[in-house]
Write a protein that binds this ligand. Sequence first.
Ligand code: SDX
Length: 382
Amino acid sequence: MSSESTTAFKPGLEGVPVAESAISFIDGKRARLEYRGIAVEVLAEESCFEETAWLLLKGKLPTQKELADFDHELRHHRRLKYKLLDLIKCLPETGHPMGALQAAVAAMGMFYPARDVANPKTQWESAIRLISKMPTIVAAFHRLRHGDEAIPPRDDLDHAANFYYMLFEREPSPSVRKVMDACLILHAEHTMNASTFSSRVTASTLAEPYAVVSSAIGTLMGPLHGGANEEVLDMLSEIGSVENVRPWLEKAVATKRKIMGFGHRVYKVKDPRATVLQKLAEYVFSETGTPLSYRIAVELERAAADVLGPKGIYPNVDFYSGIVYHALGIPKDLFTPIFAISRVAGWLAHWLEQLKNNRIYRPEQIYVGERDVPYIPIEKRT
Ligand code: SDX
């Protein structure tokens, strides 16, 4: 068979199914997102990140004993090898935390070799280590880059509270813990987004899980994907006031500038996660007071509805997430790493699903270059 493709090229694989998956479902017209069939709004309200991670990995909600055992394992695998901590100490303080996370996760594969990816024990141990240690890596880099000692994890705190504790060396209030936990649930999985597709491509070569997740982290770093949440805050401070929203938007649309936190390949209405995150923001602001950035964001959403709404461009998950994290006192360049410590549950679920019925990804191309070109000796080249 010639290497030419027999089907039309679809930029960005738009509309092209690349897997059969039972992990999550999106209805982009009805703003519906389900993890293993359960609506994400219900999980954000009723569940916790640990339970949601189990649901994604195992395909069903855990029993009380299953959840207790899983929670126990996660709590007892949070610590890092001292050499991994030393590696993080050697990274440049000015580097982006996503780079530190990707480097440390890739290095984890050297401490915990997992070449037998078909072995259920290897799979489970790797999943536990990645979910439990990634928050520790993010918090450790953040502390070390400011010249402070990394704060050891506490086994008596749940996943969300412990991450907050390792960042700030104080426990979150019950409402901050609830918001943090809900944010981790909301970011955990989202069908075939770019970083999940990366994880499946890497998984399909039977690469080790740490390579699978570090591939996905690199993909999530991009501002068109996970990196948008950080850019949204810069955009809102550039707008500067509620009064400047409409003039700013007019100029942005006229210059075809991408509005960060808006638009989605699948959602042609407001992302259901943005709706929940907006409610979480208002819940936090009832305690802290409403920041200007939120008032600008609400006005921008209102103004953009008239201009971009007809094109199906509405707020996505990144539009309000940064505002919530900022209100929790989290530095801007940690927003995407928080996305990653949540989405690792989805990436791992897709890793396991890919292995169940694997075929290495090797798509086609349409060749548009020259053929049969002669080799010209260098002295004869003009
Ligand atoms: C995430 O895929 C996922 O599920 C991702 C995610 C997840 O949970 O994993 O949901 C997380 O990545 C959310 C998206 C975060 N990124 C941003 O907020 C960056 C800004 N958004 C855009 O770059 C864009 O909307 C994308 C990348 C999200 C989606 O891009 P598409 O589907 O490839 O659409 P496109 O770039 O081809 O745009 C189609 C049209 C264009 O106009 P025309 O040239 O046809 O006139 O819509 C316009 C675009 O200019 N458009 C926008 C816009 N997004 C699309 N115009 C202004 N602002 C925007 N944000």
